[in-house]
Design a binder for this molecule. Structure first.
Ligand SMILES: Nc1ncnc2c1ncn2[C@@H]1O[C@H](COP(=O)(O)OP(=O)(O)OP(=O)(O)O)[C@@H](O)[C@H]1O
Length: 584
């Protein structure tokens, strides 16, 4: 979809609100035209008649009528502009978020968090500002054409002699605007880079500290800040210079007019009203050229903004950003669709020939087959980089499989990403994500607590989290900080495990809990997990104690299944497993 078509689609989203903008501005400028004409007639008549009769003042009646209507028109116009601006911006952001939140895999261009926030916040605004600028442009165009006709009818020579040099000056400044655009682009890029680095620093405080990388990070930040300072300075300097020239153009025009009038007034062709109308109309007509060139600049900016936003939605249809949707900006928020509570009880999960390859490489998993039965523990093990996490993520639909089928109780799972969610399955990733909310919110994440079922307490106990909560001053209400920064690695993993357990899913999937838990705590967690009844678990681990507990062990090597079976028999035949065991 071209930028023009996308813009047109946005206009059609709220055409009434959009046209209010043009209408109010047209009224505003037409009021000036009417006032100019009346003053011209009044002043010319004044110079020929020597008595002021009441009839003279009747000339101002149409103008008084227009200003009487003005308040109403302004109100309607401003109402329209505000609503259009807000709704069009909200629509783009709504579509963006809808796409990003529904996307299960296939990341767009990898921007930092700060860059993403900057694009999502600022780019819709640039696009909508361009659209609201059209209203002013149309109104000014009408005003300028009408004024030009009136001025030509008043005096052709003065009109041409005043306008032609002005057009030349403004054309030159338009050329200069191209350079301004370049400086603006550079300053925006520099700002986005700085915002991006700030975001990354905030989200990786611990990583920077443990690596002792503070001086390096600060040095990098200073380099980027200096680049931004320079870019901003150039941008500001150039735009102020340009503004100075363009804002003085109308004064230059007025000067030219007065000189020409002084030369022509003696031959009696110009009355005082004519002199007035030249100087009165001129100021706004010159701003038409400014408006036209800034509209072109903001069109170029809108184009850049569309390209940037589209790079966040790599697989989306081209009109996704501007697809019309109802927005709940007033009144009650719509009901959130209820989460399906009825689980499809798991008897057997079959995986056939599951493959995935990371883009641009040969790494991934190849033709994996496995079978899980209800109430069993399956442990996937293998060396570092064997493909364990990739297997879990492809199975759960978090990575797009290249081939393979999955069957739940013999039924084909068409879209794993939409199927492997609670109450069917729940997953604790290797690096869990916590939010800067209280611990309770981090575990529940909006999951409704069943009255009397004590599922939260049970989940906390199974995840061996009660001693930690008891030690926290505010217990479950403790704010955990950004990404759980106030908690230890083990506490973060057990909080994520409790989040998973509270959902009481049919299949529990853990990716390597042992990376942050000591042996005793992990042992206790597995004991509690399996004492409560028949849980079906798929776990990535290399802990011998868990491998011994497993009903089946799947050994991965270079993305393929090397061997499958109970630990005892595998240790006799599988060299890969023997190697792993010997190293532990
Ligand atoms: N996003 C990625 N892009 C490209 N290659 C990747 C990506 N993620 C992982 N890989 C590669 O794919 C292979 C399998 O990675 P994976 O994380 O699944 O291994 P793993 O067995 O879980 O390792 P670990 O025990 O360290 O968690 C590795 O060689 C890894 O380098």
């Amino acid at each position: 979809m071209t930028t023009l078509k996308s813009l047109w689609r946005l206009v059609r989203y709220k055409p009434l609100y959009f046209s209010c903008n043009s209408l109010v501005r047209i009224t505003m400028y037409m009021e000036r035209i009417v006032f100019g004409l009346i003053c011209q007639a009044f002043l010319n008549a004044l110079s020929t008649k020597h008595q002021l009769t009441p009839g003279f003042f009747m000339l101002f009646l149409p103008w008084l009528l227009v200003i009487a209507l003005r308040v109403g028109v302004y109100y309607a116009g401003m109402h329209g502009i505000i609503h259009f601006d807000f709704r069009a911006r909200a629509l783009i952001q709504y579509n963006l978020f809808q796409y990003l939140l529904n996307r299960v895999h296939g990341a767009g261009k990898a921007y930092s968090q700060g860059e993403n926030i900057s694009y999502i916040r600022d780019d819709p605004q640039y696009i909508v500002t361009m659209l609201t600028g059209i209203g002013n442009f149309i109104a000014l165009l009408l005003y300028s054409l009408t004024a030009l006709v009136i001025l030509l009818r008043t005096n052709v020579l003065i009109t041409l002699l005043v306008f032609l040099p002005l057009v030349v000056v403004l054309a030159l400044t338009r050329q200069a605007r191209k350079s301004l655009q370049r400086y603006r682009q550079l300053s925006r890029e520099a700002t986005t880079e700085v915002t991006g680095v700030i975001g990354e620093i905030f989200s990786s405080v611990q990583a920077i500290q443990v690596a002792g990388a503070e001086p390096h990070v600060i040095g990098h930040f200073q380099v980027l800040s200096a680049k931004r300072r320079q870019a901003m300075l150039l941008d500001q300097l150039f735009s102020t210079m340009l503004q100075t020239v363009t804002s003085n153009v109308s004064d230059i025009g007025t000067g030219l007019t007065l000189v020409l009038i002084a030369l022509l007034v003696n031959n009696g062709t110009l009355g005082p009203g004519d002199i007035f109308i030249f100087t009165y109309y001129l100021a706004l007509v010159t701003s038409f050229f400014n408006e036209a060139s800034s509209l072109l600049a903001s069109y170029a900016q809108a184009k850049v903004s569309f390209t940037r936003l589209e790079s966040l939605l790599p697989e989306a249809e081209r009109d996704t950003l501007v697809t019309h949707q109802p927005l709940s900006l007033q009144g009650d928020l719509p009901e959130i669709p209820p989460i399906k509570k009825q689980a499809m009880p798991l008897e057997c999960l079959e995986v056939h020939n599951l493959s995935y390859c990371y883009p641009g490489g040969e790494r991934g998993i190849e033709r994996i087959n496995l079978s899980l039965r209800r109430g069993t523990l399956t442990v996937i093990t293998g060396r570092i980089g064997a493909g364990k996490t990739t297997l879990l993520r492809t199975l759960l639909g978090l990575l797009p499989r290249a081939e393979g089928e999955l069957y739940w109780n013999g039924e084909l799972i068409a879209e794993p990403a939409h199927f492997f969610i609670p109450p069917q399955s729940a997953y604790t990733p290797q690096v869990p994500q916590l939010f800067s909310d209280p611990l309770r919110e981090n575990i529940l994440l909006g999951w409704p607590e069943q009255p009397g079922k004590q599922s939260l307490n049970k989940a906390i106990a199974t995840a061996v989290l009660e001693p930690d909560i008891a030690a926290l001053e505010q217990g479950l209400e403790t704010l955990v900080g950004t990404r759980g920064i106030k908690l230890s690695g083990g506490q973060i993993q057990r909080t994520a495990a409790a989040r998973m357990l509270v959902r009481e899913a049919e299949l529990l999937v853990f990716d390597d809990l042992s990376s942050a838990l000591d042996v005793a705590t992990e042992q206790l967690l597995w004991e509690r997990l399996f004492s409560g009844g028949e849980r079906t678990c798929l776990v990535v681990s290399h802990r011998p104690a868990l491998l011994e507990l497993a009903d089946q062990v799947i050994v991965l090597k270079d993305g393929r299944v090397e061997a499958t079976g109970p630990l005892g028999s595998l240790l006799e035949i599988c060299e890969e497993l023997q190697g792993i065991f010997n190293r532990i």
